[in-house]
Design a protein around this ligand. Sequence first.
Ligand SMILES: [Zn+2]
Length: 366
Amino acid sequence: MTQTPNIIPVLFPKIRIIFDNYYNEKYDNSKLYQDILEYASIKTNGFKFTELGKWLMERNIEFKNDYSDSKAHTRMSNRIANKRQRIQNCIDNLKKWEFLRVSKMVNAQKNDIPIPFYIITPLGKLISLIVKAKFSNDEKEQNNILVQILDIFNSIKEHNDSAIVIFITELLNQLWKNNKNSSIIQHFERVLKLELNSGLDFLRDLLGTKYFIHWFIIDEEISFKILEKLPEDKRNIILYNLKTEIEYYYQQNYLIKDDIFKKNFLPVSINNFDYGDLINSRAIPSAYWEDNRMKYINLFSKIVVPSYCNTCNSHKAFIVDIADYLKSVIKWLPFPSMHISGNCLKCGNFLATEIISLPFISLMRG
Ligand SMILES: [Zn+2]
């Protein structure tokens, strides 16, 4: 008996698909990715396509349902052949994301044509554990999986004791000790929902090298305690990372939504031509902010925020303590305060500026 293989549109999914749940839809690629990762993490020495195919036909709910009732007698080789393209697409994406790799080429059983022998990568193992922790309903099992995840982080720390890795590992250990497993899983889930295109993107967010603030705001109380206990040099690095991340945000985004700039400084039309859009798209923070950023570069616990001063009638800046800034980010999550305020470095007048907008915050709302 032969069947027409399922025709699936060619998709270029994001890594987040692995964490989704389309159980009610006809083609559940999320579950398929999850199952492939599970098989790959069982077969730590590697596997061939056909071995995976057989396992999926017995384990994947959608495939099992497809071959029940009137199709229950479909031969295994035909079942696998019908789903081959779909499974192969998932494998190819997992390879692209660096969660699987080809460890060697081996000969197929029936002929001598070399076929790939796949193996899970350490990153793939980690993502498979996170997926299992998310979908596990058994508290004991979930706890067990989290211990394995913590072990991975602890072993990363043994090889790399950068301040960020020390901080993240300590934070995970503290969350676990304080029975905040759901915070850990929720955090990983948010990391995976970011716009990730490769294993490297995932690793960057996971290890906080891209958005370190995301880690810091998981649990404000624990984060600040860890910061206090760190040796001064490590604490300064953490503060410096937070400082540069926030200041860099203003460097990129300060005037994008700023209409004061247009109103006060821009002739609405020059020779009857509206330059508004042109100037606005080139908007950057002022030299005053740049100069003060340099002036306070060694003050790790302070952030220099650009702003417009109505008294000075020009673009100025103010200074905020990092702890106060982060408290504003954390306050009323998922709806943080919109603005951060301080006093003009030039005249002392009250100034306010929009607070940093993090990809995470919108995920918390969603
Ligand atoms: Zn001023």
